[in-house]
Design a protein around this ligand. Structure first.
Ligand code: ATP
Length: 279
């Protein structure tokens, strides 16, 4: 089974040119399984992206370790506290798909070429990779846009291509760093629905970062709230508003329920309390 374990992880960035080092994360513990949609919320600079970068294998922890399935993630000792924690993954790989706020697509390639890019880099032949890319473009509603250039697409459509490209590699987990942050409100709502459809269809583990409390509550199976720097996970909530939404397809109805409003108030109180503490 696919599982991610983050065990007592801290990250300290060294100061540049004699400057002070930055303690970004402190003693973070988190476990995820297949089908979990974990959303991280917290004040700006609390270490959300640092946590995502660790999971993706872009950076290494200063202390602690991460495991994905039977493998340790990038650069960690195979044996920890006398226990063998498995083979090492040597860094970012196709098993962890990443979607950024800015789509990071290549403007000189068309939609299907962008979607198939990771498969091309893995050496998959052209027919097979185009077939696979077409499947995922259909999943995100872009089956009629294969030949379009990226600049011919709206921001929301570009993000759909980014999601299809990440999924085309069939990753064990999808890591999404504020993927909807730059979109207008209506497009953002339609992509929230799309992501939930993709999540239900694929049953992938997803780790999602946002600044929007409403978005976090609507999407998450588990919400983790992080403290200001050095980031720690201070609260975790198991939620099922996403299943309520998928049943009724009416975000306004879900968001106006007494349970949603109470949870929103509770989470906002935590975040505002944290912000006041550092003001
Ligand atoms: N490569 C780096 N070198 C030094 N400091 C860094 C580096 N990357 C991030 N930081 C610092 O670490 C802290 C955590 O940054 P991070 O981007 O993880 O926070 P965040 O919660 O994602 O922020 P935001 O919500 O504003 O995107 C910040 O103080 C940031 O300035």
């Amino acid at each position: 089974m696919n599982t991610l374990k983050i065990c007592d992880v801290s990250v300290v960035y060294p100061g540049s040119e004699g400057g002070e080092s930055v303690a970004a994360l402190s003693n973070v513990n988190l476990a995820m399984e297949q089908g979990d949609l974990v959303v991280a919320l917290g004040a700006s600079g609390c270490g959300k992206t640092t946590l995502l970068n660790l999971i993706a294998g872009f950076i290494s922890p200063t202390k602690g370790y991460l495991t994905l399935g039977n493998s340790t993630v990038k650069g960690y000792p195979r044996v920890v506290c006398g226990q063998d924690i498995g083979d090492e993954i040597t860094g970012p790989d196709a098993g962890r798909g990443v979607v950024f706020q800015k789509h990071a697509l290549l403007p000189w390639l068309n939609v299907i070429e962008n979607t198939a890019l990771g498969l091309k880099l893995q050496g998959m032949d052209k027919i097979a990779r185009r077939q696979r890319a077409a499947e995922y473009l259909k999943l995100v509603g872009l089956e009629d846009f294969h030949q379009h250039k990226i600049y011919q697409l709206s921001g929301g459509m570009q993000q759909r291509v980014g999601i299809a490209r990440a999924l085309a590699n069939d990753p064990k987990m999808l890591l999404l760093d504020e993927p909807l942050g730059a979109l207008d409100a209506l497009t953002r709502e339609s992509l929230q629905e799309l992501l939930l459809d993709v999540w239900r269809e694929t049953n992938k583990m997803m780790f999602f970062i946002t600044h929007s409390v409403d978005e976090a509550l609507l999407l998450a199976t588990r919400l983790v709230v992080m403290s200001p720097r050095p980031g720690r996970i201070t609260h975790q909530f198991d939620l099922d508003f996403n299943k309520q939404f998928l049943d009724c397809r009416d975000a306004r109805k879900v968001k106006s329920s007494p349970e949603f409003i109470a949870m929103r108030d509770q989470v906002l109180a935590i975040i505002h309390g944290d912000e006041l503490a550092i003001a």
